[in-house]
Write a protein that binds this ligand. Structure first.
Ligand SMILES: [Zn+2]
Length: 478
């Protein structure tokens, strides 16, 4: 399998992605169109993503809970914008236990409504606030065009739902979680992201304001990495989430929600991967190092395999996720290609000469060929590997950042914008009007990805020429 070549990214980025997901055994197609089977290697990657996020959520005061996947259909209709946004994507259950249900059930496309129902019961007083709950679950949205990890009918994610006494607290929470995601993206996934605000037309159905992180993929298209919404009092009013303030007055709460999904696996593939396959950031890789013993006969095997096992033990003891590839009947070259395709950040080669010299060869996945190879002594190997993994992690981020910078232009006029979105991100002034945003979308197929939080100066709208105080990021997107 690993010896069949993948299409190159330059030839066909989309096909490179599809084949890689299948061949690296991250996921497989399901019998129901648009659904996804996540295989153990893909799930291990997702578990590491979950662990990195979950620790951050807990460190910022959040707790986990579980809510039902079935939601009464009437709930979805309670918030006007929410129902308009989600109706076309709903999966509805009409029968249960062989009988037609009195009220159809919706399979959750997101949980704001059922959360609203519960929070209305749980919250009575200002003393009950804030409520800071996160859910790890899967949701269903009936998408028409689907791709493994990037857009599937059912996908895996977390959704945070919080309730607060004031607008200011809710807004602070919305931005705090965007910061948490930014930290995760940069330091765990090694993905450079642009934190920003969504336009009115791109915001979440039912939110006052939506913020997102936008990342550039290896084909220069944008991908929305995650979102964080300030829901204002929209759901609090629809579901009567109220509290008695310290003066005894009944007030509506202010709520937020924020989510990051398994499409981030797709982002990691498309940001870091090369023509040989995946390149996984060490902090999230299911295996950070793979040990490959090299021998030609039983004598050599007798010396090499025990030494390889010792390497496995010492790296594992140091907390490095390590795999020993002791598979019989496969050449070292086949194994090298196989693990390169699966994106393991570091390969540890050990042959008879290495055993004699009490050393190993280390091969970096992010730098193929001789350039990425070095000798390392068995003594202190775990330290050497730990340092090298940190270097690889940093190098992946820097490479992705350099790539994004090289494919981002500032457009002073509309023709520059039109040209720029053909090969990356365009930063340009925007007056804030939906008409200008819409014209870009219609004429270039690029969308306003976000209005970055970091802004300076003012200028003229790239579309209409009116005064503008903010720049937007325009790009074609997944
Ligand atoms: Zn304009």
């Amino acid at each position: 399998m690993a010896e069949q070549k993948l299409p190159t990214r330059a030839e066909d980025f989309s096909e490179w992605y599809n084949q890689l997901v299948l061949r690296a055994e991250l996921a497989d197609y399901a019998p129901v169109r648009g659904c996804m089977i996540v295989r153990p290697y893909g799930w291990a990657l997702w578990e590491n993503i979950q662990a990195a996020l979950d620790a951050r959520f807990k460190a910022t005061g959040h707790v986990n809970a579980a809510f039902p996947m079935f939601i009464p259909h009437s709930f979805i209709e309670k918030e006007k914008a929410h129902v308009e946004g989600f109706s076309p994507q709903l999966a509805v259950v009409t029968h249960g236990g062989g009988k037609k249900l009195e009220e159809p059930l919706v399979i959750r496309p997101t949980s704001e409504t059922i959360i609203g129902h519960a929070y209305a019961k749980w919250i009575q007083s200002y003393r009950d606030l804030p409520v800071l709950i996160n859910l790890w679950n899967s949701v269903v949205r009936w998408e028409l065009r689907t791709r493994l990890f990037l857009r599937t009918l059912e996908f895996f994610w977390q959704e945070g739902h919080t309730a607060h006494a004031t607008y200011e607290e809710a807004q602070a929470e919305t931005l705090r979680m965007l910061d948490v995601y930014t930290d995760f993206a940069r330091n765990e996934a090694a993905v450079p992201v642009i934190p920003g605000r969504k336009s009115e037309s791109e915001k979440f159905a039912g939110a006052d304001v939506t913020y997102s992180l936008e990342a550039m993929m290896g084909d220069t298209k944008a991908l929305q990495f995650c979102t964080s919404h300030n829901l204002g009092q929209n759901f609090a009013k629809a579901f009567e989430i109220r509290y008695l303030d310290p003066t005894g007055v009944l007030q509506h709460c202010w709520t937020t929600s924020w989510g990051l999904s398994s499409r981030v696996v797709g982002a990691i593939i498309m940001v870091h991967g090369d023509d040989q396959g995946l390149i996984l950031p060490p902090r999230l890789a299911p295996f950070q190092a793979v040990v490959v013993p090299i021998f030609k006969n039983d004598d050599e095997k007798g010396a090499v395999v025990p030494a390889a096992k010792k390497v496995l033990e010492s790296l594992t003891a140091a907390g490095i996720r390590t795999r020993l590839d002791a598979r019989e009947g496969l050449t070292p070259g086949f194994k090298f290609n196989d693990w390169e395709m699966r994106g393991v950040p570091l390969r540890v080669e050990i042959g008879p000469k290495d055993v004699a010299k009490q050393s190993v060869v280390l091969a970096r996945r992010d730098r193929p060929g001789k350039e990425g190879k070095s000798f390392a002594s068995l003594e202190g190997l775990a330290d050497t590997v730990t340092k090298l993994l940190a270097e690889i992690q940093a190098a992946l981020y820097q490479r992705a950042l350099a790539f994004r910078d090289a494919h981002t232009v500032e457009a002073g006029d509309y023709s520059q914008l039109k040209a720029g979105v053909e090969s990356g991100f365009v930063l340009a002034y925007w007056c804030g009007r939906a008409a200008c945003e819409e014209r870009v979308k219609e004429e270039t197929k690029a969308t306003l990805r976000c209005v970055p939080l970091e802004q300076s100066g003012e200028g003229r709208c790239v579309v209409c020429g009116e005064a503008a105080r903010e720049k937007g990021v325009f790009a074609k997107a997944y």
